[in-house]
Design a protein around this ligand. Sequence first.
Ligand SMILES: [Zn+2]
Length: 226
Amino acid sequence: MVTLRWFGHAAIELNFGGKKVIIDPLIKDNPKSPAKLEEVIGKYDVVAVTHDHPDHLGDAVEILKGGRGHFFANFDLSVYVNQTMGLPIEKVIQANVGGYINVDGLRLALTKAVHSSEHGDPTGVVVSGEGVTVYHAGDTGLFGDMRLIGEVFKPDYVLLPIGGRFTMDPEQASLAVEMLRPKKAAIPIHYNTWPLIQVDETQFVKLNQTKGFKTIIPKVGEQIQL
Ligand SMILES: [Zn+2]
């Protein structure tokens, strides 16, 4: 069984039959987080981070320092997290944008994203396990190579930022859905956390619907079976 839980913002927990992944774990400074930091420390096999902005790197290092699990991000961010933030090298998965790598029975890959960052290029993350493939786009503007991401990884679910201003807005994200062609559903993230990224998510739902794609809007903290 595969489940998803939204922590608000871009923070997503995925559970692939007991293998637990958290992506962009903003907990402490996340006004919507349903969990306290101490409740999630040491709880994940993989902590994936799409780029180094504080609302995405979040509490990744604290979560991993407290127990098991590996850090998954672009190479330069991994080096920074190891050398400057003191995460032991054996807790780091060395990778960059490219093909799948196998970690603890899961398949992980990093993809292109169009955004900014200080340590290495920003990325999206693909996680596949138990027959379910999930693509988390990270922070990104719209770009045509999403068609390739759809073609290569054939995602069942796509998690797309829709807050506008720093990322795609609902209309652009709906164009991304058309290119990615998720087999099951699109899920909006990175919106309504703060006033600067306030949008009407129902616009995303309606646009996807007219193109024949399903949208799931999780409630924060709710566990959804994928
Ligand atoms: Zn960012």
